[in-house]
Design a binder for this molecule. Structure first.
Ligand code: URA
Length: 433
């Protein structure tokens, strides 16, 4: 087999076989196929597309390019959740303990933030002492002992995806539905959980800007999950507005604790309950109504909060900041933002708000950049709210005073105020099972 012939075949719009896809994935991962040829094939895939069967084969091949986490000791009780990336998205910090408190084994590896979107691992690292780097055996032992572990990606999971993604990133081949779906699902399949719930974000702060594109991606990922023997469901959810009232690492831990203590932002709570319910339904076969009830009860009775504390303590984190989130670091320099006119907030572009949080230091522009865990944004008003000219709508936080003005400028660009109230969009557009 020759990579040249595979490139030519896809260039001409033909379907690739399992052997051809594996030849590319394995050859490129081992360094036997050049970046030039891999780039040419990726561009051919980008232009010509892959059908569902090819996409499943690509996913399986990438998942098998490294270690496959063996969670078989936990039977069918393992679950994972994935968000395609958003602003203010701290749902994993809530959904994982809710589900674990109900007996589901949450062995979860999460990512770091990149660009305007945040990452669970960075948020967890703002808890002093919290270890995101457990070894695989520590990770599995903790899941056995307390039913939950939340860490960064460990071991050698889906190395093909890492190499291919790096190439896509510099060859304008990221935005292809088959390549996105196979990239995300290869990591989920390698991570071993039997049940997978996907939160496919849709809107200004998301990869997918329209519900139609988000639906295509969600359906494809659900199909891949099922073809790989995993019970899989997806929720398509609104990312036109940041999720919750806080953006930034310490601030988002604080907000997650508010929800786990049975308070906090109603929209965020609803989404966490729905995502938890989707997992509960897959694992226990319960109806949506029963599953929602279980998730609500886990929050109302405090068992989810206790589970979160158990998790933080098991991973070396300082429990006192969970009991009292006011102890978490908050940027020493602050700037209040005031409404420039009276009316309704009709748009709060979450991409721009995410970018403002990066300028403040809460995110990173490129891989490896340091993070200021005390930086972020508190939103006092959200889309649909009425504001009066001169009233405070948000506060920006940072530990670097020089960042405040540029962040405020970007933040203000995100806001549109109008005399008429905006049309309200649903939080959850669709559920795909
Ligand atoms: N996230 C991923 O992991 N891969 C993609 O291709 C896009 C988003």
């Amino acid at each position: 087999m020759r990579i040249y012939d595979i490139i030519e075949k896809k260039r001409d719009g033909n379907k690739l076989s399992k052997e051809e896809i594996s030849f590319f994935v394995n050859g490129f991962t081992r360094g036997e196929i050049s970046k030039e040829q891999a780039s040419a094939l990726l561009m051919a895939v980008f232009i010509r597309g892959m059908d569902e069967e090819e996409t499943v084969m690509l996913t399986e091949s990438m998942a098998r390019s490294g270690d496959l986490l063996d969670l078989s000791a936990f039977g069918n009780m393992t679950a994972d959740k994935h968000s395609t990336g958003g602003v203010g998205d701290k749902t994993s910090l809530i959904v994982a303990p809710v589900c674990a408190s109900l007996g589901i084994k949450m062995a979860k590896m999460s990512g770091r933030g990149l660009g305007h979107t945040g990452g669970t691992v960075d948020k967890l690292e703002s808890i002093p002492g919290y270890r995101v780097d457990l070894t695989v055996s520590e990770f599995l032992k903790q899941v056995e002992n307390i039913g939950i572990a939340l860490i960064g990606q460990t071991g050698n999971l889906a190395p093909a995806d890492k190499k291919i993604y790096a190439l896509r990133d510099v060859t304008a081949t990221v935005d292809n539905i088959s390549l996105i779906a196979s990239s995300i699902m290869s990591k989920k399949i390698a991570a071993g959980a039997k049940n997978i719930v996907l939160d496919v974000k849709c809107g200004s702060g998301a990869f997918m800007k329209t519900p139609e594109d988000a639906e295509k991606l969600a359906r494809l990922m659900v199909k891949i999950g099922k073809s790989c023997g995993r019970s899989t469901a997806a929720l398509i959810t609104n990312m036109d507005i940041p999720l919750g009232s806080y953006i930034g690492n310490s601030l988002e831990i604080k907000e997650a604790v508010e929800i786990l203590k049975n308070g906090g932002d109603k929209t965020l709570r609803t989404l966490c309950v729905e995502l938890s319910a989707a997992i509960i339904s897959l694992v226990f076969g319960k109806s949506h109504e029963e599953a929602v009830n279980d998730a609500e009860k886990a929050l109302n009775t405090g068992i989810a909060f206790d589970k979160f504390k158990e998790l933080v303590s098991a991973q070396g984190g300082d429990i006192s900041v969970i009991d009292n989130p006011e102890l978490l670091p908050v940027g020493q320099y602050q700037k209040d933002i005031f409404a420039k006119e009276s009316g309704y907030i009709v748009s709060q572009d979450s991409r721009k708000i995410g970018e403002a949080s990066v300028i403040l230091g809460a995110g990173r522009e490129k891989y490896g950049d340091p993070i200021d865990c005390s930086a972020g944004i508190m939103l006092l008003k959200k889309t649909g709210d009425r504001v009066s000219a001169g009233k405070k709508t948000a506060t920006l936080y940072t530990s670097d005073k020089n960042r405040l003005e540029a962040a405020a400028e970007m933040f203000n660009e995100a806001f549109k105020i109008s005399k008429t109230a905006p049309e309200t969009k649903p939080l959850i557009f669709e559920k795909i099972v």
